[in-house]
Ligand binder design. Structure first.
Ligand SMILES: [Ca+2]
Ligand SMILES: [Ca+2]
Ligand SMILES: [Ca+2]
Length: 309
């Protein structure tokens, strides 16, 4: 009987670990501690050229020229959250976004989605892409990856479809149990909810695959996860991608952890007090990333005091 109770408690604890969910609805601004910084990228602070705006419940990022491609590393407007702590056996990252594809020229690659990265030299992206190769108005799922600036064109991972201006979703998920793997999922107005990538050329990664190992290595090294937009053309195309929400169950640095040491304490409080009144795009003390260090940031630290400890 006692053993049963212990097993039950252990099971509940495991469930609790697996289902901790963090979601930012982008309600007029960030509710989680995002950062515009991207290591190995120039500029380090990627917020650029008024390309980002918030609606009542969404964030819009307009594409800007620049990329992380090989040694180029000049991408713009990449918001990310820091992964910190033990990675659960089963995890996921998902986002939902839309754009008016009718304004995207068929001659340029244009894409948006999820990025997992430790910096501009190392990343994995899953995207919905208008592929300029075919010069048609279709889109498809795709992936890109880079290790130490060595680009690996992931692959086209779905069949093409004709997009509309409706919401589209991307989800990257690790399935545990006896057959652990990472799977990519997507949704759009032509699917019935989330569906597994249709296996055009992949979309499932098993432990012996380089992409699987790359993703898991990055996550164990305090990776950043976030959303990504790209016109991939150097042509000045400012295509707006509107993100509805971003959600994950991966453990993140606690909100208010200004010095990113994993705990919200006096050091973070003092940092905000000393920076009080400062303005700028990428200040660590600007917890809500609205460009000013003020009461809102101080309150964020106070409300989360002790978190992560
Ligand atoms: Ca690169
Ligand atoms: Ca701290
Ligand atoms: Ca602020």
């Amino acid at each position: 009987m006692k053993r049963t109770l212990v097993s039950l408690l252990a099971a509940i604890t495991l469930l609790g670990t697996a289902y901790v969910q963090t979601r930012d609805e982008f309600n007029g601004g960030f509710s989680l501690q995002w950062s515009w910084k991207l290591p190995d990228n120039d500029p380090f602070c990627t917020l650029f050229d008024n390309a980002v705006s918030f609606g009542g419940s969404s964030m819009t990022i307009q594409t800007r020229d620049g990329g992380m491609f090989q040694q180029f590393n000049g991408h713009k407007n990449v918001p990310t959250l820091r992964v910190s702590g033990n990675i659960p056996e089963e995890w996921y990252i998902e986002t939902v976004f839309r754009t008016d594809w009718s304004t995207v020229p068929v001659v340029f690659y244009t894409q948006a989605g999820i990025v997992i990265t430790t910096g501009a030299k190392n990343y994995f992206q899953v995207l919905i892409t208008r592929d300029a190769t075919w010069q048609t108005e279709t889109v498809n799922g795709s992936t890109n990856s880079e290790q130490d600036d060595n680009f690996a064109w992931g692959e086209r991972v779905t069949n093409t479809w004709s997009p509309d201006a409706d919401w589209m979703g991307l989800r990257i998920e690790r399935v545990g149990g006896e057959d652990p793997h990472i799977v990519l999922k997507f949704r759009h107005s032509g699917t019935d909810g989330w569906i597994e990538y249709d296996g055009f050329n992949g979309g499932r990664y098993y432990p012996d695959s380089p992409f699987y190992q790359h993703i898991m290595n990055m996550l164990s090294q305090g990776a950043r996860i976030g959303v990504y937009t790209d016109n991939a053309c150097g042509c000045g195309l400012a295509q707006p991608f509107e993100f509805d929400y971003f959600e994950t169950n991966l453990p993140l640095l606690p909100t208010g952890d200004v010095d990113a040491n994993g705990i919200v304490d006096d050091a973070d409080l003092l940092a905000v007090l000393f920076a009080f009144g400062a303005t700028g795009d990428c200040l660590d003390e600007d917890v809500n990333l609205d460009g000013t260090v003020d009461d809102a940031d101080l309150l964020a630290v106070l409300f989360n005091f002790g978190a992560g400890g």
